[in-house]
Design a protein around this ligand. Structure first.
Ligand SMILES: *[C@@H]1O[C@H](CO)[C@@H](O)[C@H](O)[C@H]1NC(C)=O
Ligand SMILES: *[C@@H]1O[C@H](CO)[C@@H](O)[C@H](O)[C@H]1NC(C)=O
Ligand SMILES: *[C@@H]1O[C@H](CO)[C@@H](O)[C@H](O)[C@H]1NC(C)=O
Ligand SMILES: *[C@@H]1O[C@H](CO)[C@@H](O)[C@H](O)[C@H]1NC(C)=O
Ligand SMILES: *[C@@H]1O[C@H](CO)[C@@H](O)[C@H](O)[C@H]1NC(C)=O
Length: 485
């Protein structure tokens, strides 16, 4: 199939290699953009600055809609320009993972976790020359969120695309044309979980665009205005969105999202009511993890930042303790925290992110930095395969991630997930799901449990990279622990 379509590939440089005796085609995997985010300070095991710069580029590869002229990812083009609800257009935003659905729930979670890392460790972005790239990258989903929220109608678009239809098609985003329904939240179909996370994205976006990204006061004010009305919408119509939209990510509740949203709104406005709401949504149990569904560890730490109360400090410590070795949680033999089999690297880096933001707030600094280093170093190469689970970092990294855009060439219409050989398009900066319980890992495109990528996988991870650069710059980063394998 590949061979017969060779002639349709016009713009791409062909490298014909031999796989199982068949001829096959790939495009070049050259770096898409002349980046020098390199940062080397004594004692650093890996170049966390470079990894940080690469992670930003992963998000640029997830862009949906009409790409700007300065799009840094050469193999990407415009896509799904027909995203709309009737005549209301809804182009833009990010594709979720290796698929092409735009799920605002994980998208907005990713945005506010990225913003939190940016705000907390902004010096690292300066040091590595990445501030401008980060501002450009994070503006994209925020502009989309402004489109999705129509306060005068009380309509919040929460998702574009039906997962069943989308997941059945293996093709470049530039080539898909299936129907893509627009799902909405409204007075009769609440979604406080989605509204809460989108509020957090908009409110933290206000801080980013008023403090870090130049004089964007008009844009920042628009984000804050939308955050205020959207927060109210989430409070007025309380409910879990997946109770009404079965195609949505199944969410376990909205208290954690609304608690984080209240904390962000309080940080931005200083209005007591937001803090009272946020504290009212606090739950006393030790949360299972930080991820697209569970925000409690982040909400608790945001509440500590907002109040300095011992309650939230202890809640944060209890959560981090639950992730440390010698506790109930499993570790792989080579030292990766093993929360569960699906996307192990994202669980480890999300927990490490909480530990590093806690460290930035003066909680158990040395211990948390050391533990976070052990996890991030494992991910970048301190493991039995000497592999970096971040695509494009070093020489040995996943070459077959489960990602349609990376594995399909847009000039060639047909694409089969099962072909042999490496993905033709380098999905630079993406964090792959990672190993199983025994550090076992096979670089197999069809294995979405271990080899998919996602906007939420990179969010905490990128914050960790910024933290490690910043702590190193401040001269407080401890020596990397000995590698276990
Ligand atoms: C940092 O620089 C030192 C000395 O030049 C070198 O040995 C080390 O490999 C470098 N580390 C990284 C991560 O590039
Ligand atoms: C989508 O594109 C394919 C391939 O070009 C075409 O056969 C099909 O009819 C199109 N489907 C729709 C819904 O437009
Ligand atoms: C509210 O949202 C639901 C689910 O998206 C939709 O079916 C319904 O038509 C919407 N209600 C109105 C009044 O538009
Ligand atoms: C922001 O605007 C102020 C006042 O208009 C100006 O003095 C300053 O140089 C601007 N800063 C940047 C980073 O553009
Ligand atoms: C991994 O790297 C270590 C340290 O450089 C080396 O000792 C080991 O042989 C390598 N293992 C593999 C499987 O390449």
């Amino acid at each position: 199939m590949w061979v017969s379509l060779l002639t349709t590939c016009l713009g791409c440089l062909l490298i014909v290699t031999s796989a199982r005796g068949d001829e096959r085609m790939t495009t070049t995997t050259m770096a898409p953009y002349d980046m020098d985010a390199s940062y080397n300070n004594s004692g650093m095991r890996y170049d966390y600055g470079e990894a940080l710069g690469l992670s930003i580029l992963f998000y640029d590869a997830q862009r949906s809609g009409k790409l700007p002229d300065d799009n840094p990812i050469q193999w990407r083009g415009d896509s799904v320009l027909y995203d709309a609800d009737g005549d209301y257009e809804l182009t833009g935003g990010w594709f979720d993972a290796g698929d092409h659905v735009k799920f605002n729930f994980p998208m907005s979670y990713s945005v506010w976790v990225l913003n939190w890392g940016f705000l907390t460790f902004s010096e690292a972005y300066e040091t590595t020359g990445q501030t401008e790239m980060m501002c450009d990258m994070i503006r994209w989903p925020l502009e989309y969120f402004l489109k999705c929220w129509r306060p005068e109608l009380e309509i919040l678009y929460t998702q574009i695309g039906d997962p069943a239809l989308d997941h059945n098609t293996w093709a470049s985003p530039e080539n898909i044309n299936m129907s893509r329904p627009a799902y909405q939240s409204n007075a009769t179909c609440p979604g406080s979980d989605v509204a809460g996370d989108m509020t957090s994205a908009l409110a933290s976006g206000y801080l980013v665009f008023s403090e870090l990204c130049g004089n964007e006061t008009e844009f920042a004010d628009a984000l804050l205005e939308a955050a205020k009305t959207l927060y109210k919408f989430g409070m007025d119509y309380k409910g879990v969105h997946s109770d009404c939209i079965e195609e949505a990510y199944t969410s376990s509740g909205y208290r954690d999202e609304m608690s984080a949203a209240g904390a962000w709104m309080y940080k931005v406005t200083g209005e007591q009511q937001y803090l009272d709401d946020a504290e009212g949504f606090y739950d006393a149990w030790v949360p299972w993890s930080l991820d697209w569904d569970g925000k409690a560890p982040a909400a608790n730490l945001l509440l500590y930042e907002a109040t300095g109360k011992n309650l939230y400090r202890e809640a944060t410590k209890a959560f981090i303790a639950s992730a440390m070795p010698d506790n109930i949680i499993d570790y792989t033999p080579c030292g990766l925290m093993f929360r569960n089999n699906w996307g192990t690297t994202r669980h480890a880096s999300n927990e490490a992110f909480i530990a590093l933001v806690a460290a930035a707030n003066g909680i158990n600094q040395e211990e948390y930095m050391e533990w976070a280093l052990s996890q991030i170093n494992y991910i970048l190469g301190d493991n039995n395969h000497n592999i970096s689970y971040q695509v494009g970092f070093g020489d040995n990294y996943p070459k077959h991630v489960h990602h349609r855009g990376s594995s399909c060439i847009k000039e060639v219409l047909e694409c089969d997930i099962n072909y042999d050989g490496e993905n033709p398009n380098l999905l630079i900066g993406a964090l792959a799901g990672g190993p199983g319980e025994d550090d076992d890992y096979v670089d197999d495109r069809t294995d979405y449990v271990h080899n998919e990528v996602a906007t939420d996988y990179n969010a905490g991870f990128q914050g960790c990279l910024a933290a490690l650069v910043q702590f190193s710059e401040e001269g407080v980063l401890p020596e990397s622990p000995e590698r276990v394998c």
